[in-house]
Design a protein around this ligand. Structure first.
Ligand SMILES: NC(=O)c1ccc[n+]([C@@H]2O[C@H](COP(=O)([O-])OP(=O)(O)OC[C@H]3O[C@@H](n4cnc5c(N)ncnc54)[C@H](O)[C@@H]3O)[C@@H](O)[C@H]2O)c1
Length: 370
């Protein structure tokens, strides 16, 4: 069975789990769940889009292997990652009379993964859950590492837990229906891995960038596998973000502030992070870490991700203020992950104010690469 997939392992102090990656493998979820000794009852949580696209295939594969299944769907979009929805899901699970002999299965992008994981972490003090990510962002990032949670009206991901899945099951073929904008958004996180951890990986991406956007899906299993392997190493060294894991936040200090200032509606997460990575690359240069040549190279890759222009209604002062609402702030000081060279990141840096404010002003003049 396992020969149909690539598997990698996330090894943590108290648990370990497998990531299965392959092409057109959705109908193999039943046998894998059986091999992974998942409880006999599985409740799939999806958004209405992913339920429609993939729900039947997942549920019938599970049924064929003796699992009892139910499906719940929520509306698509970031607004579903709310405590109101958590409450609705608890109510549905209660109505279904589920007990601890039940696993939840997150079928969708990062919104569904974070929401389902949070419900799994808390309902009945914890149910096992499976991640079946269907966006590129979720396949390379959010489904691995166990950060689960929801938003509050005044901030993103403010309520949550570290709660690891039983296994992660990535069918790359699901990306065939993903809108190009969402694909580019996920590519931002892919590029991030190269920037912070692996220059050779970044070079491979630069060389085939155009075919990644088209996209030629055949290339993606290998890319996704490499990203998951990098994330597994980082999470394995620092599961609860006590230090080293912060390198994954490259681009996110500015990126989250951009997202918050635009009400989470104008830009996708990946687009906001693209701006964040541009700003934090410039900051790495102006604080004497990266050379001008290195910074130019990185910024030209990021511009190829083609994020839409920042709205005029936003201003640099607001982005600056928003950064202080970040979870990474310590004793009133901002913390960044900066690059010391391409492929090497330094977490926990508090840069001087001036270059940072100048850079935020410059973000408005960023134009996409043609
Ligand atoms: N837990 C983590 O470590 C972590 C890391 C990064 C991001 N996140 C979170 O992830 C969320 C963003 O995730 P996302 O970008 O996947 O967004 P998403 O889950 O909202 O999915 C984006 C859109 O794509 C649609 N979709 C999903 N799969 C599809 C497919 N195969 N074909 C067609 N349409 C499909 C969805 O219905 C949705 O409308 C944010 O809430 C962010 O905070 C979490």
């Amino acid at each position: 069975l396992t020969t149909s997939f690539d598997t990698s392992i996330v090894s943590l102090p108290h648990t370990s789990y497998r990531i299965f990656t392959g092409m057109d493998i959705l109908s193999m979820i039943g046998p894998v769940a059986q091999e992974e000794k998942i409880p006999h009852r599985v409740v799939t949580i999806a958004d209405t889009v992913t339920q429609e696209l993939f729900g039947n295939r997942v549920e019938s594969s599970l049924k064929n292997f003796g699992f009892m299944t139910d499906g719940i769907s929520v509306p698509p979009g970031e607004s579903s990652k709310s405590l109101e929805n958590v409450r609705k899901l608890y109510d549905r699970l209660y109505d279904l009379h589920i007990g601890r002999d039940t696993a939840l299965l997150a079928l969708g992008g990062g919104v569904i993964g974070d929401l389902t994981g949070f419900v799994a972490a808390t309902y009945l003090r914890g149910l096992p859950y499976i991640q079946v990510p269907t966006t590129l962002l979720a396949q390379v990032d959010s489904s691995v590492g166990g950060k689960v949670g929801v938003n509050l009206p005044y901030g993103k991901n403010l309520v949550g837990a570290f709660y690891q899945p039983t296994f992660v099951f990535i069918d790359v073929q699901t990306l065939a229906t993903l809108p190009e904008r969402e694909l580019r958004s996920g590519l931002a996180e892919v590029v991030k891995y190269g920037m912070i951890l692996d220059e050779r990986f970044l070079l491979q991406l630069e060389e085939k960038f155009d075919t990644l956007i088209v996209p030629e899906l055949d290339q993606y299993p290998e890319i996704i596998k490499q990203c998951c392997a990098m994330k597994a190493i980082v999470v394995g060294r620092d599961e609860k973000e006590e230090g080293y894991r912060e390198i994954l936040n490259f681009g996110h200090t500015v990126g989250h502030a951009v997202e918050a200032s635009t009400g989470y509606r104008v830009l996708t997460h990946g687009e906001a992070i693209t701006y964040g990575m541009i700003a934090e690359t410039l900051l790495s240069e102006r604080t004497g870490r990266l050379s001008g040549k290195e910074a130019d190279r990185l910024i030209s890759i990021l511009k190829r991700l083609n994020p839409p222009p920042l709205p005029d209604t936003l201003n640099a002062a607001e982005i600056y203020e928003r950064m202080f609402g970040d979870k990474k702030v310590r004793k009133g000081k901002l913390r960044f992950t900066l690059l010391t060279r391409v492929g090497v990141a330094e977490p926990g840096v508090t840069p001087p104010e001036e270059p940072l404010k100048e850079i935020l002003d410059e973000l408005y003049r960023i134009t996409p690469a043609v």
